[in-house]
Ligand binder design. Structure first.
Ligand SMILES: [Zn+2]
Length: 410
């Protein structure tokens, strides 16, 4: 069903860095062994990319929106809908979604454990079934499980308003009442409070929790919503670009973002959002998916995870694994395709958090200019022919490189 040249975007989450003294003021990317990434730089065109804007420190959610060409200001309505989409729950426009935690409370509603002893999915799936479909204040509550103690609540009905405060106290304290931040949000706040009350009522007496208490485990006896947001009105990726697209990512946040934009989420065997993810399997899955779709976006989270841990040694190791993954992509890339290697933001390993530094980008296709860049790293790429672009420039550039752009003017 598809025709035209294929596009692959490889997002190496949190890859970019700063000069590290112990590496002789090189970045981890400069210091690591990366022959395959270098091959793409040597045979492609490079630059650096301010994913949102110069000096703006992106989250992985807003950055992926920008990379896909969407304006985060318009589409980013909070974490709730993204997490919901990440577990496969797509609301209708106007629905309001929240992220939730299973927690342990005592009879006076003090939170004793915000994660109910990191309760496992084997227990939560049954608890979720007891809550899904409840009616609260005239709204339907749709509840789905996330990983471990996480879940998602979606309220469906007329007159919802996401401007309410969290019921989750975000610390070991009393459960909060959700309060409206605007008069129109009163009914929604009441519904959240009613849901929290009912969740406690249903869960506290549930056989799963009776058993957990008997085993000396903290009962998962309440569900605490936070981060409410309305499902955004969004033009799907296919409608917007005339291309079918998939996403291969392990982290639910990225899966959610891509799902909201209309990309299909594809699972790769052995691939997760963690450090030990099977990158080779991810690459092979992405290549296979590219036979079926026009565009595939891959996200590999590992470099971000080890950077947040401040673990330089592991960052170097992760970069070399990313490079091996690039080797698999190099071998398997269908002829004529266009591939971009980039990061969604920098996570300097000594800072242990994201930064607003631009990320290195290389775009390769067999008919693309070789701009003389020798190596895929922050410094070399910044001297490349792409210059300094923004995240929102990426899709137009890739579309044009794939001969899919429309003429502006005569
Ligand atoms: Zn991060």
């Amino acid at each position: 069903m598809t025709s035209g040249r294929k596009i692959m975007i490889v997002v190496m989450d949190g890859l970019g860095d700063r000069a590290v003294k112990s590496l002789g003021y090189r970045t981890p990317l400069q210091a690591a062994n990366r022959p395959n990434l270098d091959w793409f730089a040597q045979n492609g065109a490079s630059g650096c990319m301010d994913v949102i804007g110069p000096g703006i420190k992106p989250g992985s959610d807003t950055s992926h929106l920008a990379i896909l060409g969407y304006d985060p200001e318009e589409v980013y309505t909070g974490r709730g809908p993204i997490e919901a989409a990440g577990v496969g729950l797509m609301g209708k426009q106007g629905d309001v979604a929240f992220r939730c935690n299973f927690a342990t409370v005592n009879s006076s509603m003090d939170v004793l454990d915000r994660r109910a002893g990191r309760v496992r999915e084997s227990d939560t799936s049954e608890l979720i079934r007891a809550l899904d479909g409840l009616e609260v204040n005239g709204f339907e509550a749709v509840v789905r499980e996330g990983t471990e103690h996480r879940a998602v609540l979606l309220l469906h009905g007329e007159g919802l308003d996401p401007r309410v405060t969290d019921a989750d106290p975000h610390e070991v304290a009393k459960v909060r009442r959700s309060e409206p931040l605007a008069p129109e949000a009163r009914r929604t706040a009441d519904a959240v409070n009613e849901f929290v009350r009912r969740s406690h009522q249903v869960l506290d007496a549930h056989p799963v929790n009776v058993r957990r208490r008997r085993e000396g485990l903290p009962p998962a006896n309440i569900l605490l919503p936070r981060g409410g947001g309305r499902f955004p009105a969004i033009t799907s990726f296919e409608e917007r670009y005339g291309m079918t697209a998939s996403c291969v990512a392990g982290v639910s946040l990225i899966r959610g973002i891509c799902r909201i934009c209309g990309l299909e989420n594809i699972n790769a065997r052995g691939a997760t959002g963690g450090v030990d993810t099977d990158m080779g399997s991810k690459a092979l899955t992405a290549l296979k998916e590219l036979e079926r779709k026009d565009l595939v976006l891959m996200n590999v989270k590992a470099a971000d995870v080890v950077s947040h841990d401040g673990d330089l040694g592991r960052k170097l190791e992760v970069i070399e694994r990313l490079d091996a993954m690039a080797g698999i992509l190099r071998d398997g890339l269908p002829e004529g395709s266009v591939i971009a290697f980039c990061a969604d933001h920098c996570t300097p390993v000594e800072r242990m958090d994201h930064s607003g530094d631009p990320v290195p980008i290389t775009i390769y296709s067999d008919d693309g200019l070789r701009d003389g860049t020798l190596s895929y790293d922050e410094v070399s790429c910044s001297r490349g022919s792409l210059g300094r672009i923004r995240g929102k420039d990426l899709m137009p550039i890739l579309m044009d490189r794939a001969d899919r752009s429309e003429k502006y003017g005569a």
